[in-house]
Design a protein around this ligand. Structure first.
Ligand code: FAD
Length: 294
């Protein structure tokens, strides 16, 4: 099924994200993760694409195919365009098509100070335009509730986001955030620019201190005092920190779901234990929302 049709059928779409293992680890290391996530019955599972447009591109297709064709769960394959030629993109899409994958999250990828090795693609909207012409694909794109780290400000970033929607994106998935008010502010601003496609809130349960520091530097996400207090308090107790991270994510999701967002995309970090805890805590809420008539 195309993910855009899921949004038509359901008030609330609930999905997971996983990443392929590094090339130095066998791909099988993630098979058990997928098996355990599949039991939780998400609406779809997305599979990330190697940073910089490199490494594990085939793994994205292989794992998306497993999700779709072995477990019968809809798959969303991430695809970045930096450092890629049109020919390379076409081959990847062909391979996805052969594996019955029709949902693609079309991204630029991180340039990270290096030169973009592509003379065809500089921004995600160009990839979206290219893929849109291929027909019969469902295209997602990324959005940033606090603005993308490289953008001057949120308003400009939203203008560029509108380009992606006009180029043919069917739905949006957000960058992680820890302050729901910033997300609501972003939704208002997006609506005021006529961005009317479904937007899914990206939620990352933070379960270790190293992860927080990495996230803060990479995404520039605002860390509310309440969040910092919890993380500082339990930083030396692995179990307590994990449980506090799960509780914080659940609280965020309860508020988002009750406020009528279109969906939640859970960054599982390939951790089925955490995904299971969160899913079990919010399942009845999501079912309740989805039982209401559209
Ligand atoms: P774009 O939409 O092209 O935006 C990039 C920057 O350029 C922004 O600052 C934007 O404001 C600016 N911009 C856009 N258009 C223009 C224009 N015409 N002129 C000037 N400036 C412009 N990365 C991976 O490598 N693999 C993944 O699997 C992956 N999955 C992700 C999933 C989600 C949900 C999210 C939110 C991000 C993901 N990323 C992934 C990270 C993403 O690749 C980076 O954030 C990247 O830097 C931006 O990608 P984009 O598609 O949002 O780019």
């Amino acid at each position: 099924m195309l993910i855009k049709d899921l949004f038509k059928q359901k008030r609330m779409v609930f999905s997971f994200e996983i990443f392929p293992p590094k090339l130095t680890s066998p791909i099988e290391t993630v098979y058990k993760t997928i098996e355990e996530l599949a039991v939780l019955n998400p609406d779809y599972i997305s599979v990330t694409y190697g940073a910089g447009g490199s490494v594990n591109n085939n793994r994205t297709c292989e794992l998306s195919s497993l999700v779709k064709n072995k477990y019968g769960i809809e798959a969303l394959a991430h695809l970045t365009c930096i450092n890629s030629s049109e020919d390379k993109i076409n081959k990847i899409v062909e391979n996805l098509n052969k594996n019955n994958i029709k949902n693609i999250l079309a991204l630029r990828g991180d340039v990270n100070g290096e030169e973009n090795g592509s003379d065809r693609y500089n921004y995600a909207f160009e990839l979206i335009k290219h893929l849109r012409d291929k027909g019969n694909l469902c295209l997602g794109a990324a959005c940033y509730p606090e603005g993308h780290v490289q953008s001057d400000n949120l308003d400009n970033d939203i203008l560029y986001l509108k380009n992606k929607v006009d180029a043919g994106a069917d739905f949006l998935v957000s960058q992680l955030f820890f302050d729901n008010n910033l997300y609501y502010n972003f939704l208002d601003k997006a609506a005021s620019k006529n961005i009317n496609i479904p937007i899914q809130a990206g939620i990352m349960p933070v379960t270790n201190k190293k992860q927080i520091e990495r996230i803060a530097s990479l995404s520039g996400a605002y860390l509310p005092q309440k969040f910092i207090k919890i993380m500082d308090k339990y930083e030396h107790n692995k179990e307590a920190l994990r449980d506090a991270g799960i509780a914080y994510a659940v609280e965020q999701i309860v508020d988002l779901v009750s406020s009528g967002v279109s969906g939640i995309h859970l960054y599982t970090m390939n951790n089925p234990y955490v995904a299971k805890k969160i899913t079990n805590s919010i399942e009845s809420l999501i079912n309740h929302i989805n039982e209401e008539a559209i």
